[in-house]
Design a protein around this ligand. Structure first.
Ligand code: UD1
Length: 364
């Protein structure tokens, strides 16, 4: 299959795309794959590093005003659509699929106008603005939450789950905590991170809690995000040699780390949720209050409702609420087991198979 994949900005849009590409490579190893992103998005680092052919279009200026309603936005859109058309004509794909983020807008719109079969994948329970716009033009919409369906045309929308789930589902614990993080393999581990770029509130709470983490009978792996790591380097450096704590700006082997850990505290980004539930991990969510239509709270609430997770509101997160919630779960084995089972039930371990099937339905 010749396929163009697009999507980016943050990890939550990129990793599902990469997971699907990996899956496709195992089924159709001869596939020709081109990933289209932007220069500024996280994809310009992650995708080439994964050995995938990567090209960019400039989508500067899209931001929240993506409505085609004003002249500047319209101009930018037409310019990036025309750039995308050139890339598409050169590559001659059988299918173009997008996983959200601003870049997916012009690329999928251009492909649809060129009559190439198109599909968008929506990871969230409340869709982003780009995917809602695109759903009018594409052939299929794949969703990872049933709750997202009503936002899209019924006849083209299918529940597939998030491909990242299938990538994770079969992973077993390894000794990575020992070898790469200098922690213990036999100790309970909580992993804390704030989405793919870190989160200020979580960072503040972790910083304040660090002295207490040194005394716990469980250990901490913390990914702060590059920005906070640089800002707080002096503080973090104090714990460099601590046997109970490992701090990194970014965890590049997150799946292995998750599979080797016991409890997660994080933002409620949709791709993170797909990973956590595929592994059946109990979670404490601190949804970001800064996302469209407060969709992270809705993502998290779905798991709280089935007993798979706890939620702390961003405004209520402190070192104390963080530590209390962690202790409550770690100190009650039956609560831990119940949360773990509920989490596993919510996972979609065959999400890539489902998405592949849908792509084959529209392939030229
Ligand atoms: C602020 C914002 O707009 N966030 C959105 C963004 O989230 P964002 O990209 O932050 O979040 P997600 O939780 O969906 O995905 C994060 C991804 O980064 C990985 N990771 C994270 C930290 C780290 O150190 N290493 C690492 O590999 C996680 O394992 C996961 O695969 O896209 C998601 C769609 O999927 C949305 O639901 C989020 O609301």
């Amino acid at each position: 299959m010749r396929i163009i994949v697009t999507g980016g900005g943050t990890g939550g849009h990129i990793y599902p795309a990469l997971a699907f590409i990996n899956h496709l490579k195992t089924i159709e190893p001869e596939s020709d794959i081109l990933y289209v992103g932007t220069e500024r998005g996280l994809e310009s680092k992650i995708v080439p590093a994964a050995g995938i052919n990567f090209k960019t279009v400039d989508v500067q200026g899209f931001r929240r005003s993506f409505s085609l309603s004003n002249f500047k936005t319209l101009y930018k859109f037409l310019k990036s659509t025309s750039d995308a058309k050139k890339l598409i004509k050169d590559f001659e794909p059988d299918v173009v699929i997008g996983t959200g983020g601003y870049v997916a807008g012009p690329v999928l719109y251009a492909a649809a106008k060129l009559k190439i079969p198109t599909l968008v994948h929506e990871q969230n329970s409340i869709p982003g603005i780009t995917n809602k716009f695109l759903s009018k033009y594409v052939d299929k919409v794949a969703v990872a939450f049933e709750a997202a369906k009503p936002y899209f045309p019924e006849e083209k929308t299918v529940f597939t789950g998030n491909p990242r789930a299938q990538e994770v589902a079969s992973l077993e614990a390894t000794d990575i905590l020992e070898t790469e993080y200098k922690l213990r393999k036999d100790k309970k581990t909580v992993v804390i991170f704030g989405g793919s770029r870190g989160a200020q509130t979580i960072n503040e709470a972790v910083k304040a809690a660090l002295p207490k983490f040194t005394e716990k009978d469980y250990q901490l792996v913390y990914a702060s995000g590059q920005i906070y790591y640089d800002e707080d380097y002096a503080e973090f450096a104090k714990y460099k040699e601590n046997a109970n704590i490992a701090i990194r700006p970014y965890i590049s082997n997150m799946l292995e780390v998750l599979a080797s850990s016991d409890l997660i505290l994080c933002r409620a980004g949709a791709t993170t949720i797909a990973e956590i539930t595929a592994l059946g991990l109990p979670t404490i969510f601190v949804p970001s209050p800064n996302v469209t239509a407060d969709h992270q709270t809705k993502n998290a609430q779905a798991l709280v409702d089935i007993g798979a997770a706890k939620m702390i509101r961003d405004a209520e997160l402190t070192a104390d609420t963080m530590l209390e919630n962690i202790s409550e779960i770690f100190s009650d084995e039956s609560l831990y087991q119940a949360m773990s089972e509920a989490s596993k039930k919510a996972g979609v371990p065959d999400a890539s198979d489902r998405l592949y099937k849908l792509v084959k339905e529209i392939e030229k």
